[in-house]
Design a protein around this ligand. Sequence first.
Ligand SMILES: NC(=O)c1ccc[n+]([C@@H]2O[C@H](COP(=O)([O-])OP(=O)(O)OC[C@H]3O[C@@H](n4cnc5c(N)ncnc54)[C@H](OP(=O)(O)O)[C@@H]3O)[C@@H](O)[C@H]2O)c1
Length: 281
Amino acid sequence: MKVLVTGANGQLGFDVVKRLKKSRIELLGTDRNTLNLSNKEQVKRVIREYKPDVVIHCAAYTAVDKAEDEKELCREVNVLGTRYVAEACKEIDAKMVYISTDYVFDGEGDKPFEVVDKPNPINYYGQTKYEGELEVQNYLDKYFIIRISWVFGSHGNNFVKTMLRLGKDREQLSVVSDQIGSPTYTYDLAELLIKIIQSDKFGIYHATNEGVCSWYEFACEIFKQAGMDVKVKSIKTEDYHTKAIRPKNSVLKKNHVELYKLSNTWQDALNHFFEEISNKS
Ligand SMILES: NC(=O)c1ccc[n+]([C@@H]2O[C@H](COP(=O)([O-])OP(=O)(O)OC[C@H]3O[C@@H](n4cnc5c(N)ncnc54)[C@H](OP(=O)(O)O)[C@@H]3O)[C@@H](O)[C@H]2O)c1
């Protein structure tokens, strides 16, 4: 099996490449220099020439707040770029994995969002990721759309690393407690993706670590596990202004198919993350 990974230098792409190498699966990791999603010809040429059996499309425009000001670029990368990847997969009959997000939903209500629930994005990034899903579905039959949320891993920037950085300089941090979701650990997700690409059970999946928390609870657990004495103050979304609106309820229901479940709780995943970063240093 040959696998092409987009966004190989991103948080998730990096761990996916690492995991594929561990399984000795032949792969080509691409970044914005070697496969720029804004460059239709390059996207198609690189995929056509490498002729992978599977493309794991991890690259995306991910700056959620900045996207509200850079709409054109965000659309170009997340919608058109995804279309080019899907078109190329169609040409060579490759499977495509498209990584999507909880932000396709509006976060209303108190029930976890099911795979079959109708998306209704409330920010521009979410809108483009949803349109990316539609591009994939429009061009392909052999696709996996994997919706994830609150991503963290040892490579790149994320909430965990931000908390650790801020916690070093401050005694107290304010974190919102009225947005809930489930963290997704890139190490665990990469493990799951290895299984997924070897199957033919195509469709849309929700794949986060087990358990639900608020950002406030996530922050408290980070400092507890890091052994850092930082006071975390719970605040409301309305007291923390961001350019893009965030869904209040980001919980994704995922027990529809046991095969594709990440079995670790988010707390266990966080524990593993700390082991991983301590082994690195
Ligand atoms: N982070 C989250 O909390 C979260 C939540 C839900 C879903 N997701 C989805 O999960 C996937 C992986 O996210 P992540 O956290 O790994 O994001 P990330 O760390 O921001 O990585 C995204 C990668 O895409 C690359 N990229 C951006 N524009 C590109 C272009 N025009 N051509 C080629 N590559 C380009 C970036 O390259 P540069 O480094 O050069 O900019 C980066 O390496 C994305 O599809 C994202 O939408 C993320």
